[in-house]
Design a protein around this ligand. Structure first.
Ligand SMILES: NC(=O)c1ccc[n+]([C@@H]2O[C@H](COP(=O)([O-])OP(=O)(O)OC[C@H]3O[C@@H](n4cnc5c(N)ncnc54)[C@H](OP(=O)(O)O)[C@@H]3O)[C@@H](O)[C@H]2O)c1
Length: 247
């Protein structure tokens, strides 16, 4: 795990969705290391407490907030309860893969609710406050599946392509007010994904770098995009995918 602390997020409050596991957890730890107070979001309070404890044990500031992002009312409640945040990381998401002809309507709707509708309404709740204060940074976690066709990944890829489209539109809407909006499109990452580590390893072998990544390699890029170090970057999606989208 990276231990590089930039201390450039001192005094900032960050909401990281899906920070009880995988990439979100690594992002929460990195932002806290860089000085931010982190609101660790998820549904699982026990795993939320573990992330919070790891941050506070290292001298950082964090607390847990629960909400089911597949539930529109709960998204609204989260947006109104968290108060002012300077950094929003839309990381929570699910990846359901199945042949198109076998895809269930309920799975399609659930994935769009969590991966697309939730970030949309969190931005609706939080970006106007950032704009009014004249500063903010929003980073959404897309996927290489948003730009590369993967068999069984039509619906998942569509949720991530939507997130990248919203990122561009939000940049047009909020950048003049001092709010930068970006996305990251990771390649395969070793997290507790339902598809299992073999699927991640096999996808990794399709990249020019011939490997999958660790969550900390993604968290580094997110922390950079969230920070003032990325002061002239808005409206873009950064690929962190071992070169998969390029080649
Ligand atoms: N792993 C990869 O290879 C990969 C590659 C590219 C992009 N991504 C993207 O990266 C993001 C994180 O993926 P990951 O692999 O780190 O996943 P993960 O380990 O399965 O963690 C998912 C996180 O999202 C939260 N979450 C999911 N659905 C939720 C809901 N309805 N309401 C509230 N929280 C919810 C989970 O919270 P609880 O468990 O506490 O409910 C958990 O903290 C996703 O957007 C995914 O699409 C992943």
């Amino acid at each position: 795990m990276s231990a590089i602390a930039q201390n450039n997020l001192d005094g900032q409050r960050a909401l990281v969705t899906g920070a009880t596991s995988g990439i979100g957890r690594a992002i929460a730890l990195q932002l806290a290391r860089d000085g931010a107070e982190v609101l660790v979001h998820g549904r699982d309070a026990a795993r939320g407490a573990e992330t919070v404890e790891e941050i506070t044990d290292a001298g950082g500031k964090a607390s847990f907030v629960a909400a089911d992002l597949a539930d529109a009312a709960d998204v609204q409640r989260l947006g109104s309860e968290v108060g002012d945040v300077d950094i929003l990381i839309n990381n929570a998401g699910i990846a359901l893969f199945a042949p198109t002809a076998e895809f269930e309507v309920s799975s399609f709707d659930k994935m769009f609710a969590g991966n697309v509708r939730a970030p949309f309404f969190l931005v609706a709740a939080l970006a106007p406050g950032m704009a009014a204060r004249g500063r903010g940074s929003i980073v959404s976690v897309s996927s290489m599946a948003g730009g590369v066709g993967l068999a069984g990944g039509a619906a998942y890829g569509a949720t991530k392509a939507s997130l990248e489209a919203m990122t561009r539109a939000w940049a047009a809407e909020f950048s003049a007010s001092g709010v930068r909006v970006n996305a990251i499109a990771p390649g395969p990452v070793y997290t507790p994904s339902p598809s299992g580590p073999e699927f991640i390893t096999a996808l990794g072998e399709t990249t020019p770098m011939r490997r999958a990544s660790q969550p900390e390699e993604i968290a580094e890029v997110v922390a950079f995009l969230a920070s003032p170090r990325a002061s002239y970057i808005t409206g873009t999606t950064v690929a962190a995918d071992g070169g998969r989208r390029a080649v």
